[in-house]
Design a protein around this ligand. Structure first.
Ligand SMILES: Nc1ncnc2c1ncn2[C@@H]1O[C@H](COP(=O)(O)OP(=O)(O)OP(=O)(O)O)[C@@H](O)[C@H]1O
Length: 237
C-alpha cells in the first residue's frame, strides 16, 4: 500500500487550511500528524478518506486518485461519534459491520472484551471514556489498509489511554495496515510513533523518524516540534 499527497492545497472560503503539502505513507508504520489546533491535521485525514477534495494537487491510494468511495477502504475515527443512543453496543457493532465489507466481527468481539465493553450496554449509558473505546472498536475491527485516528485520546483519562495504546499495538496488522494518528497531544503519542510529521499553519514543516530523533539527536518529539515552529515563526518575520 502506498498513500500519497501530492502538492495538496485546500481552502475553506478564504481560510487556507493546507498549503502545498507533499507526503507519503507506507504499510507497516505508525505515523503521527502533529500540530496545534487548527493547523490542518483533520483536513489532511478527510482528504485521505475522499470526504473532502483538494483545490490543488492529488491524493492517491495505490496509484489511484481517491474518491468518495475510498472511505470503503479506509477506517476513519473522527473527533465526533455518530452512534445512535438507542442502540446497544452490540447493535452498534452490527450496524457498522453491515456498512463495511472489510469489517471483522471476530476482531470486534476480541476488542470488546479487551476494552471491557458489554454488548448489552446501551450507547446512551456509556461514559465518555467508553464511547471513546467503542469508537476504537468499530474502527480497529476493520481489515482496512489504512487506519486514520483523529485525536483518539481527546478527553480520555490515562487509564483509558493506556488501554487504547495496548489495543492499537495488538490489533493492527502491520503486514497489511498503516496507522496515521492526528493529534496535538505530542507527548502522549510519542511512544507509539515510528515517524513524526510536523504540521504548522497548513504546511508540513518537518518529518523525522522518532528513533533517530531520540538516538541521534537526543530529542523528544515535542522538543523537535517546538524548534521547528520557532524557526518557522522567525522565518515569517
Ligand atoms: N468546514 C470548514 N469550514 C471552514 N473552515 C474550516 C472547516 N474545517 C476546517 N476549517 C479551518 O481550516 C483550518 C484547519 O482545520 P483542521 O480542522 O484541519 O485543523 P486541525 O489541525 O485538525 O485542528 P483541530 O485539532 O482543532 O481539529 C482551521 O483554520 C479551521 O478553522
Amino acid at each position: 500500500m502506498v498513500l500519497e499527497l501530492n502538492n495538496i492545497s485546500k481552502k475553506y472560503g478564504k481560510n487556507q487550511a493546507l498549503k502545498h503539502v507533499h507526503l507519503s505513507f507506507e504499510t507497516g508504520k505508525i505515523y503521527g500528524l502533529l500540530g496545534p489546533n487548527g493547523s490542518g491535521k483533520s483536513t489532511m485525514l478527510k482528504l485521505i478518506t475522499g470526504l473532502v477534495f483538494p483545490d490543488e494537487g492529488t491524493v492517491t491510494l495505490n496509484g489511484e486518485q481517491v474518491t468518495r468511495k475510498t472511505i470503503e477502504k479506509v477506517a476513519y475515527l473522527t473527533e465526533l461519534d455518530m452512534f445512535y443512543d438507542a442502540f446497544s453496543v452490540g447493535e452498534t457493532v452490527e450496524y457498522v459491520a453491515s456498512q463495511f465489507a472489510d469489517f471483522n466481527r471476530e476482531k470486534a468481539s476480541l476488542l470488546l472484551t479487551e476494552l471491557r465493553l458489554e454488548a448489552s450496554q446501551k450507547v446512551r449509558s456509556l461514559s465518555k471514556g467508553n464511547r471513546g473505546r467503542l469508537k476504537l472498536v468499530t474502527t480497529l475491527a476493520r481489515d482496512a489498509e489504512v487506519i486514520l485516528l483523529d485525536e483518539p485520546f481527546s478527553g480520555l483519562d490515562p487509564m483509558v489511554r493506556d488501554s487504547i495504546v495496548k489495543s492499537l499495538l495488538k490489533y493492527i496488522d502491520f503486514e497489511h495496515q498503516v496507522l496515521i494518528i492526528a493529534t496535538h497531544e505530542i507527548n502522549e503519542i510519542e511512544p507509539l510513533l515510528d515517524e513524526a510529521i510536523a504540521i504548522y499553519h497548513g504546511t508540513m514543516i518537518g518529518r523525522e523518524s522518532v528513533e533517530s530523533l531520540r538516538e541521534e539527536e537526543g530529542q523528544s518529539v515535542l522538543q523537535w516540534f517546538k524548534q521547528l515552529a520557532i524557526k518557522q515563526e522567525e522565518g515569517a518575520q
